[in-house]
Design a protein around this ligand. Structure first.
Ligand code: ADP
Ligand code: MG
Length: 156
């Protein structure tokens, strides 16, 4: 299943999503481009994951991530969306997002109501926070992957 692909390291530009209103729900998700999504292993299961994330040369924060089916492409392509567990002063479209996915929470689900969806995401966030404090996940926060060479511009 998911575990054999983890930890999974990925870096790419933050692009506009398809306006599902994640931000209005209080859970903005930074979307990767189609090109970056295509670079994921094709057999990585859809669902909710957690790990570490960093915008540009910023601090490394906990994150939850969804690998799901992309409605814009009639659900034949995947989307990868990262919710960073941190409050940012501004949006960061166009910036480079670096992530390491360290664990898997659950498969994708359909919810009967918006409230049920929001509750599930809040539980996912709490689970991610707990798991990421455990040594096997915490150690990846310090990975060299997050230390970009200074003064260099990263393309993709
Ligand atoms: P979109 O459909 O364009 O992805 P969202 O409602 O999902 O719109 O909002 C995502 C955007 O919000 C991100 O691209 C980023 O610029 C911004 N943002 C602000 N705070 C966060 C955060 N904590 N996690 C992820 N994205 C955030
Ligand atoms: Mg989004």
């Amino acid at each position: 299943g998911a575990m054999r692909h983890l930890p999974y390291f990925c870096r790419g530009e933050v692009v506009k999503g398809f306006g599902r209103g994640s931000k209005e729900l209080g859970i903005p998700t930074a979307n990767f481009s189609e090109q970056v999504v295509e670079s994921f292993p094709s057999d990585i299961p859809t669902g909710i994951y957690y790990g570490w994330a960093c915008v540009g040369n910023g601090d490394v924060h906990k994150m939850v991530l969804s690998i799901g089916w992309n409605p814009f492409y009639k659900n034949i392509k995947k989307s990868v969306e990262t919710h960073i567990i941190h409050t940012f002063k501004e949006d960061f479209y166009g910036e480079i997002l670096s992530i390491v996915i360290t664990g898997y929470i659950r498969p994708e689900k359909n919810f009967d109501s918006l409230d049920a969806l929001i509750l599930a995401i809040q539980e996912d966030i709490e689970e991610a926070k707990r798991q990421l404090d455990l040594p096997e996940h915490l150690k990846l926060k310090e990975d060299n992957f997050f230390h970009l060479p200074e003064g260099k511009i990263v393309n993709n």
